[in-house]
Design a protein around this ligand. Structure first.
Ligand SMILES: [Zn+2]
Ligand SMILES: [Zn+2]
Ligand SMILES: [Zn+2]
Ligand SMILES: [Zn+2]
Ligand SMILES: [Zn+2]
Length: 412
């Protein structure tokens, strides 16, 4: 996994007091000439594109946040055009998080926050004027970097993968931290290696806990017993994130959490499904084997309203960070016909999650108020991942979380 920060070597991802920037495009930094040379084959094409477009840096310091966002976005299009392919994740982060003053957006920004090393300033005056504001997100930004550094050096061998849930636990509790305690883990809140592992763990378990949340709310699951031995879930409009999710882990967690559950069927339906497939998951652990538990993950590429009538009736419908509102009123609005189907089953909860409260409210706004009842009104998701992600848009919250906000509705 590759990523970009202006405060670490772009090759080895380590911090250093003597970072040198690429002298052509001035975007990536390196700890040594040797590391720059080693990275050159990867960086070469984009470096030329950045240098050719020239526009980069041609924005007046002191512009508004809105203008600077537009400027960054324009750069991304120019770079992509020049390089003739989609930008990779780390390359995207280069236009998203350039080394500029957080106050005036000047590219002459040599003062870097020593704690998070994620923000820069052109002068002490600007750093001081931003101190109070930055203090709110500085520790979280530091955690963003620590998580990235850990993920790029370690495979998932952390021992929490073999999880065990306390059999005495009767419900998920108030939030993710309480639930994860049922597996014997607590958040040390101390920026140690242990905490970074903990935060990464929450990212993996959060989807499973999110699926259980509406099922416990509607008492489909009560005291870790389900109303019926099979649960059917429709995950609508999955993106790269949901395609990549560890569905084996999610399904196994469900099996361990719900004592009488014999089968979990997950249908991922959307235009961004990576490939059509039906995977049967047979779990090898003694607990799952003893009850002959079977998990099924079916991936269907297409629109929900075209397929919903041909698959088993859901017990839960979920849209993870789907952005229902995004193409509203445009020709590309693929959600229009699917919206009524999302709340088409009486007694079945529909859960929507989003990165921000504003986005979530717009998403929920697509349902006719007269057609739905709220089980959970749009709010901060108690079962959101604890892993912070940097937000590139200046002027909004500096970080966001996967499924950071949640709403649960049912058909009226
Ligand atoms: Zn290096
Ligand atoms: Zn370069
Ligand atoms: Zn400045
Ligand atoms: Zn900081
Ligand atoms: Zn198991």
């Amino acid at each position: 996994m590759n990523f970009y920060y202006f405060s670490i070597c772009h090759l080895c991802k380590r911090s250093s007091d003597s970072l040198k920037k690429c002298s052509h495009c001035r975007v990536p930094f390196y700890c040594s000439r040797a590391h720059q040379l080693l990275d050159w084959p990867n960086h070469k094409n984009l470096c030329k594109a950045i240098t050719n477009t020239n526009k980069f840096r041609s924005i007046a310091p002191g512009c508004s946040a809105v203008d600077f966002n537009q400027f960054k976005y324009t750069n991304s299009l120019l770079w992509r055009y020049e390089v003739g392919r989609e930008l990779e994740f780390a390359e995207q982060q280069m236009w998203m998080f350039p080394k500029v003053c957080s106050v005036c957006f000047s590219f002459e920004a040599e003062i870097v926050c020593e704690i998070c090393t994620s923000v820069a300033y052109c002068c002490e005056e600007h750093q001081n004027s931003h101190k109070e504001e930055h203090a709110k997100s500085c520790p979280t930004l530091k955690m963003c970097l620590l998580v990235y550094q850990t993920l790029c050096t370690e495979e998932l061998t952390v021992d929490w993968v073999k999880f065990k849930i306390n059999r005495e636990a009767t419900g998920q509790g108030e939030n993710l931290e309480q639930t994860i305690k049922h597996m014997g883990f607590t958040n040390p809140h101390d920026f140690s290696k242990k905490q970074v592992d903990y935060i990464i763990m929450t990212e993996y378990f959060c989807p499973a806990l999110n699926l259980i949340y509406p099922l416990e709310k509607t008492r489909f699951i009560e005291r870790r017993q389900a109303k019926k031995p099979t649960v059917v879930m429709h995950v609508v409009g999955p993106s790269t994130n949901e395609n990549k999710m560890s569905w084996i882990l999610i399904v196994e967690y469900l099996s361990h959490w719900v004592f009488n559950l014999k089968a979990a069927k997950v249908f991922l339906i959307g235009p961004e499904v990576n490939k059509e497939e039906t995977a049967t998951i047979t779990l090898k652990c003694a607990e799952c084997k003893a009850k002959n538990f079977v998990g099924t993950v079916v991936k269907i590429k297409g629109l929900y309203h075209d397929h919903v009538n041909y698959i088993p009736r859901p017990d839960l419908i979920v849209c993870f960070n789907s952005g229902l509102h995004e193409f509203m009123d445009s020709k590309g609005d693929t959600w229009k016909k699917s919206i009524p189907k999302l709340v088409g089953f009486r007694g079945v909860p529909t859960m929507l999650t989003a990165y921000t409260e504003t986005e979530l409210k717009k998403d929920v706004g697509r349902f006719k108020e007269s057609h739905i009842n709220y089980i959970v009104t749009p709010q901060r998701n108690p079962f959101s991942s604890l892993r912070p992600n940097r937000n590139w848009e200046e002027g909004s919250e500096p970080v966001f979380y996967q499924s950071g906000y949640v709403a649960i509705v049912t058909k009226k």
